[in-house]
Each structure stands twice: as structure tokens, then as C-alpha cells.
Design a protein around this ligand. Sequence first.
Ligand code: C2E
Ligand code: MG
Ligand code: MG
Length: 276
Amino acid sequence: YAKNLGKNQYCEYNGDMERKVIRKMEIEKGLRDALIKEKLQVYYQPKWDISSNRPIGFEALLRYTHPTLGKIAPDEFIPIAEETGLILPMTEWVLHRACHDCYEWNLEFKDNLVVSVNLSSKLIESSMLYNMTQSALVESGLAPNLLELEITEQTMIHCGASVGEQVQPLQRLGVKLSMDNFGSGYSFLGSLEQLHFQTIKIDKAYIEHYELPTKRAIVNSMIGLANQLNIQLVAEGVETEPQLNFLKDAGCHLMQGYYFKKPMPVNEVGKWLKQL
Ligand code: C2E
Ligand code: MG
Ligand code: MG
């Protein structure tokens, strides 16, 4: 009996692994196809300024629907794209879309709206960032200071000095830099010395549990740090009014989250801006 049980468990475990591998392969194949056929989508989520009650810009977030598996979360398909190298053409595509869309919004609304694009550490390592970004700016006509690149704290730690080599030439053009998911890594303070960031984004884990004394203390110290360094601070993942009030009282006035707006497809952005 025990022998049989052991055997069955082994099989189940094996079947599970197999399903995961097959799913991964299907997603990879789907992503390749989606790139060629322009089936990927960019959604935009506003960054909101509670002192002016206006958006300051939008973050571009990739969306992908597989023909048979349905919607796939970025947390699942981005790592697959990174492993397979697909993240390079995918980010190139997002950069072009985002710069183009942002150019159009500013043409219509004249509000100096900034668009933010997330960068993978794989792109930093590839040395293709400069050419990719520069061509997206030139082709779209977007002013470089209306483009912001989001680099996670993890990438700063993982890539070290090469981030500066890749990003500084773009900063000289006027492109802005934002540190994403601040506080989620190990050595976040050191990263601020390596490069000049215009923005820091407080990781949503701090906002989600803002009622915990330790989280509150850390958020307060991040706000103090950002003020002293003259860096703009955005709180991520704001979902409720109590969270908003806590941040407001602590002196943070830039926020992003479902409380204001969920990420939306590009054709809704214009309508949304119009009704503000
Ligand atoms: P991120 O850059 O930190 O983006 C913020 C994530 O939080 C987004 O998830 C957004 O939809 C979600 N979010 C926004 N407001 C709220 C809220 O109030 N509550 C909660 N619970 N979540 C909120 P999403 O779109 O699923 O993206 C997940 C991650 O995937 C992103 O995290 C980013 O690291 C990565 N990603 C997305 N698009 C791209 C891309 O084009 N390139 C790269 N390299 N990574 C991307
Ligand atoms: Mg981001
Ligand atoms: Mg983030």
C-alpha cells in the first residue's frame, strides 16, 4: 500500500510539473505570435496629484490574452518573456506605443503628462536601451522630459553600475528615472546614491498594511528622505480612503491605485481625461 501511495504521489507531482512546463511553452509561443501580429496591449494607469486633483501622468502596463488560456497576468508572462529574450522586442514595442500615445494626449490636453515605462534587468544587460528609447522618442516626437523609465530596486541591486552606464546618456537627453517598488528589496538606500532618480515609488506592501506601526514608520521615513533629497514620491497601490488620508497627513501627495483608477486601455484614456 505504502509503495503504491508513493508511486501515485510521484506521478501526481510529475504531472503537475509537466502541466507547468506545457503552459509555459504555450505562453511563450503565444507571446511570439502576439508580437508579430500586434496582439499585445498596453494599459495605462494614472498617477494622481491630490493637491491639484489632476493626473501628472500614466504608467504603461503590458496586457496579454492567450487565444486558449485567456488573460495571463504580467507576473506570469513577464518572467517567461525575460527567460526567452522576448522582453527586448516587447519593451521596444511598449516604448513606441507609450511615447506615441503620450504625444497624442499632450497634443490634445496640453498638460505635460508624463508616461512611465517599466524596464527589465534583461534590457539593462543587453545594452540596447539607449537606441531603443531614442528611436521611440524621435519617431513619436515626444519631448524626452515627458518620458520616465521605471527601474525596480531589485534591478538596481542586480545590475549594479551597468544601470548608470545605460541610463545616464538618456538622462542627459532629459529622460526621467523612477525607482519602482521602493522598500521591497534589501539595500535600497545605497541605490539612491548611484543614480539621480526624479521619482521614488513606495511599494504597495507598505500602503496595504499602513496601519502597522513599523510600516507607518518606514513610510514616514521614506517621505522624509525623499523631501531631503528633493525627489518626488509616489505611493503605489492606494485602494481606500483611509490609506489616502494617512498618506496625505504624512505629506505624500502623489498616488497611484485602484482608488483613483484601474489601468485602462488606450482608447479610454482620452475620454477619462476629458471628463475630469
Ligand atoms: P509594477 O510596475 O509595480 O506595476 C504596478 C502593479 O500594481 C500593476 O500590476 C498594477 O495594475 C497594480 N496596481 C495598481 N494599482 C493597484 C492597487 O490599488 N492595488 C493593487 N493590488 N494593485 C494595483 P500589473 O499590471 O499586473 O503588473 C505587474 C508587474 O508586471 C509590474 O509591477 C511590472 O513589474 C511588470 N510589468 C508590467 N508591464 C511591464 C512591461 O511593459 N515591462 C516590464 N519589464 N514589466 C512590466
Ligand atoms: Mg512600475
Ligand atoms: Mg511598482
